[in-house]
Design a protein around this ligand. Structure first.
Ligand SMILES: [Zn+2]
Length: 501
């Protein structure tokens, strides 16, 4: 793949206005699929959760999953949408091997939810209102795995495997209206929007919301137009970007790529594009015109979806707190500064913090571990901190051990690496590896006396009030104890020694 030429980002923004639009697919966590009784489980043996309905055998008849409709309504309400009193499913006809029915059951002109809006805050603290055009129900397709070739894509592959376990899993597709005015912050806005959707669906418990498993996937539409031009530019649609960082990078890349083409008199091709995380670039997919004709027609095998007002209102009553209000409440409860709180939100760590604090850690300690050492470790492995193999409960356990003086900072960091390596909870690691701080004063005093023997003038200096002289002895003791001493306690003991003499 030849790398496209890019315009400098600031220069691109001087010349062009950025216009974006976002489509987010949320996979629902219902027990069963959208139109059949097959289990909706991630990671089972391929083609074990299939039946005549979800692989589209002739004569099979679908039935709508009530829980999926309920979850879809909940999502619509959380997005401030109106709920359609009468909605229908439609067949979207196309052939692809991961879709054995030859059509996808979706919603076309009668989505379950429409006309909403949500407020999205970007890392700078600026707030944008993102208008929602619609949220509709549909089914997922199966999963293709291309073998051979080195890109994992169909090009160059020797053969492909298909797994229909995912075929028929319920999805809600949320489509925004065109978003203007984000300017240089368009990439951050796109990522913050998806983060908010993820936070919402997780809080409502309608999706597992794990991006690395494809539970939340984003298609990002980007177009540019010269400032002041009333006509929208030609857009590209970067498909299935599945991490927040990738969304931000993909939008930024498209802005720079399109700006270079337009500034040099070229034309943007209306097409889908793929994001390549390793190369930090997008590549052309298939051309996509607005007139793509899927021959939608009403699904004759399903009755219309007609949620009653009572049902919709009973779902509304179960909605969790609005995310913006929840954030405000948590910031108050934790007594975080705006900056501290924003750091947590922007790192996508709000849920982790809640779990850690609920498990007994002090909010500031929870923040320090997640945005400090854990973020650093994730970064060094080129991962999202949320992908690390550690839970809030485990971080709380670590913080509690530090708080109780059983671990010092250095030991706690060491314990973390073993927890991440799967050796168990912090307490289990401490027990198995004997990493606890030495709190036995006898052992500490022996080390102190040994250190003092080589620095006999230190006690005299301390008696004269030169307390900083203790530093050299503390250092020697920590070294002798291989870091497993509590430096504060060592200092106390040295001063006691001086006062005794
Ligand atoms: Zn099935």
């Amino acid at each position: 793949m030849a790398k496209a030429e890019l315009m400098n980002y600031e220069k691109a923004l001087e010349q062009f206005e950025v216009v974006i639009g976002l489509e987010v697919h949320v996979e629902l966590n219902t027990n069963t699929k959208m139109f059949c009784g097959c289990a909706n489980i991630f990671g089972d043996e391929p083609n074990t959760n299939v039946c005549p309905i979800c692989i589209g055998l002739p004569g099979s008849l679908p039935a709508v999953n009530k829980k999926a409709v309920e979850s879809s309504i909940a999502i619509g309400l959380a997005l401030g949408c109106q709920i359609a009193p009468n909605g229908r499913f439609s067949r979207k006809n196309y052939f692809y091997p991961d879709l054995a029915k030859n059509f996808q059951t979706s919603q076309y002109d009668e989505p379950i939810a429409f006309e909403g809006s949500i407020e999205v805050e970007v890392p700078s603290g600026k707030k944008f209102t993102v208008e929602i055009e619609r949220a509709h129900m549909e089914e997922d397709a199966g999963k293709l795995t291309h073998i051979g070739g080195n890109t994992g894509r169909i090009q160059g592959a020797e053969y492909s495997l298909v797994d229909y376990n995912r075929a028929g899993v319920p999805l809600v597709e949320i489509v925004t209206k065109v978003v203007y005015g984000a300017g240089a912050e368009a990439p951050e806005l796109a990522a913050a929007y998806v983060r908010l959707i993820r936070e919402m669906v997780k809080a409502m418990d309608v999706s597992d919301a794990r991006m690395e498993r494809g539970n939340v996937r984003c298609d990002a539409n980007v177009s540019l137009r010269p400032h002041g031009d009333p006509k929208l530019g030609t857009r590209t649609e970067t498909k299935n970007v599945n991490s927040l960082r990738s969304i931000e990078r993909a939008v930024r890349y498209e802005i720079q790529r399109q700006a270079h083409i337009l500034a040099n008199g070229g034309k943007i091709t209306q097409e889908t594009r793929h994001w390549h995380e390793d190369k930090g670039a997008t590549s052309a997919g298939r051309p996509k015109s607005d007139a793509d004709d899927y021959r939608y027609f009403p699904e004759p095998d399903l009755v219309p979806v007609q949620p009653s007002v009572e049902w919709v209102e009973s779902i509304r009553a179960t909605l969790p707190e609005n995310p913006a209000l929840r954030r405000r409440r948590l910031q108050d409860e934790w007594a975080f500064s705006d900056l501290e709180f924003r750091d947590v939100v922007n790192a996508g760590l709000l849920d982790q913090l809640v779990e850690t604090v609920e498990a007994g850690a002090k909010p500031q300690a929870a923040r320090k571990w997640w945005t400090g050492e854990l973020a650093r470790l994730a970064n060094s492995e080129d991962k999202d901190v949320s992908e690390l193999n550690i839970t809030g409960v485990q971080v709380a356990e670590l913080a509690t051990l530090v708080e109780a003086g059983k671990l010092n900072d250095r030991l706690a960091r060491e314990v973390l690496t073993y927890v991440l390596a799967g050796e168990g909870s912090p307490a289990q690691v401490v027990a198995a590896r004997g990493l606890e701080v030495v709190s036995d004063d006898g052992a500490l005093l022996a080390a102190i006396d040994a250190a003092l023997a080589s620095q006999p003038d230190v006690l005299e200096k301390i008696r004269e009030g030169k307390l900083q002289a203790a530093g050299a002895v503390i250092g020697a003791v920590m070294q002798a104890m291989k870091g497993s001493a509590d430096a504060g306690r060592v200092r106390e003991l040295i001063i006691e020694r001086a006062n005794q003499g």
